[in-house]
Design a protein around this ligand. Structure first.
Ligand SMILES: Cc1cc2nc3c(=O)[nH]c(=O)nc-3n(C[C@H](O)[C@H](O)[C@H](O)COP(=O)(O)OP(=O)(O)OC[C@H]3O[C@@H](n4cnc5c(N)ncnc54)[C@H](O)[C@@H]3O)c2cc1C
Length: 379
């Protein structure tokens, strides 16, 4: 099954492609060097309705569902953008959904609407220096004191953490490590909340990543998302769309690298003949294309089922692993086919090779996906 190709989705692809061509490609190399994308890009994307795709109009979004978000992600990468760009520009895809699901008008007005309008940037902070896979083991502690929580702890590897105006933060409210989690929206500038250094990374260079520290940070109870101690469930429920986004980034990166490698192999001659005329090279490209296409088809199938409200936690985990495995294989083979040029910063394939490595780590590692799959088959 494939995502139904409606006239609206064709338009959405064209809109996305035009946006990437005009607003991203001329600047992407500079943003990679700067370590972040400019805030103005969020406003530009919001103005044309791209930023709000997948969020209902009643909260300031542009409408559409998970499948439309997938179309945007696919098209960004296939137009020459990158998974790093998706991470930086669409961080709200992980920072806002819990607020939207909880339906608190005050939080929606203060954070969701301005973020979808491109005037605020949000981040999601779950991972801690002591560990990210074990979400129930979160130690950042929020003690209730009147109409405020007093938050102490730290988070790390937080996407858009340097630029974020607010952070949707997972805290525990009973005992550190007890698994009784809540989500608090913590604003930049709140006394005791400090953003640490910019973390240097292998890839995703245009996406800023930060450590966050909370020392006696007073957060109003009104900034809690949903009832107390429902945070773990809220986080798990939203993991499906984050994991499918990462899976989409993986197969779209693979598809883009197949295209780049095929073009290169048609143009590059060795020993008097184009590389693409050699059976070994043709078969290698055929295998790369097959893996990317198979991953795309499976991720689309699972995404359709998620969008239809089916309980497919195991399938989401399998979709992420299938797409990441396809991507890992393809980026490596595509770089190899480029020869020495593939190793240079000037080669687009070099960026995808570096960017791809995070996809099997973020949003739950390949090993954690395998744990979910093992449980799903009754082990
Ligand atoms: C660029 C980047 C951006 C990120 N953005 C965000 C963000 O915006 N917000 C956020 O909250 N986090 C973010 N993360 C964190 C990411 O989600 C975590 O790195 C990831 O969940 C893994 O957690 P960890 O690094 O603590 O590894 P650990 O949990 O310490 O795991 C280390 C290794 O052990 C394996 N492992 C762990 N438990 C088991 C087990 N039971 N069985 C077998 N193997 C196991 C893991 O698979 C991994 O290979 C980001 C990370 C990076 C690098």
């Amino acid at each position: 099954m494939t995502i139904v190709d409606t006239p609206e989705r064709r338009q959405l692809r064209e809109l996305t492609r035009a946006f990437v061509t005009r607003e991203v490609l001329p600047h992407l190399a500079d943003w990679e060097r700067a370590g972040e994308v400019p805030r103005s890009l969020h406003e530009t994307a919001a103005k044309i309705g791209l930023l709000g795709i997948g969020f209902p109009e009643k909260v300031g979004g542009s409408g559409g569902d998970l499948l439309d978000s997938i179309v945007v992600t696919e098209e960004i990468i296939r137009s020459g953008g990158s998974s790093g760009l998706v991470a930086a520009l669409f961080t709200h895809g992980i920072a806002l959904p819990h607020m939207v699901a909880a339906g608190n008008d005050d939080l929606i007005d203060r954070y969701v609407r301005p973020t979808l309008a491109g005037t605020m940037i949000g981040a999601l902070a779950i991972t801690e220096p002591d560990g990210g896979s074990d979400v129930a083991g979160i130690r950042t502690f929020a003690r209730l004191d009147g109409d405020h929580y007093v938050v102490n702890g730290s988070k790390t590897y937080i996407t858009s953490g340097l630029r974020a105006d607010f952070v949707t933060t997972a805290v525990c409210t009973v005992l550190p490590g007890s698994g009784a989690l809540s989500l608090l929206v913590i604003e930049k500038g709140t006394p005791g909340f400090t953003v640490g250094r910019r973390l240097e990374k292998l890839g995703w260079h245009c996406s800023d990543t930060a450590e966050l520290s909370f020392v006696d940070v007073r957060v109003p109870v009104t900034n809690r998302i949903g009832p107390e101690d429902t945070g773990f469930l809220a986080i798990m429920q939203q993991f499906a769309s984050e994991r499918l986004s990462l899976a989409t980034q993986a197969y779209a990166t693979a598809q883009r690298c197949v295209e780049l490698a095929a073009t290169w192999c048609r143009d590059r001659s060795t020993f008097g003949r184009p590389l693409a005329s050699r059976q070994l090279v043709r078969h290698r490209l055929a295998e790369m294309h097959t893996r990317a296409e198979a991953a795309r088809a499976y991720v689309h199938d699972v995404a359709e089922r998620v969008a239809a409200g089916q309980p497919v936690v195991t399938e989401v985990a399998m979709a992420k692993n299938v797409a990441v495995a396809a991507c890992d294989h393809v980026v490596d083979a595509a770089l190899q086919l480029h020869g020495g040029f593939g190793y240079l910063r000037d080669a687009e394939v070099e960026r995808h090779y570096r960017d791809a490595r995070i996809l099997g780590i973020g949003g739950g590692t390949t090993e954690i996906m395998n744990e979910i799959i093992a449980k799903g088959i009754g082990l």
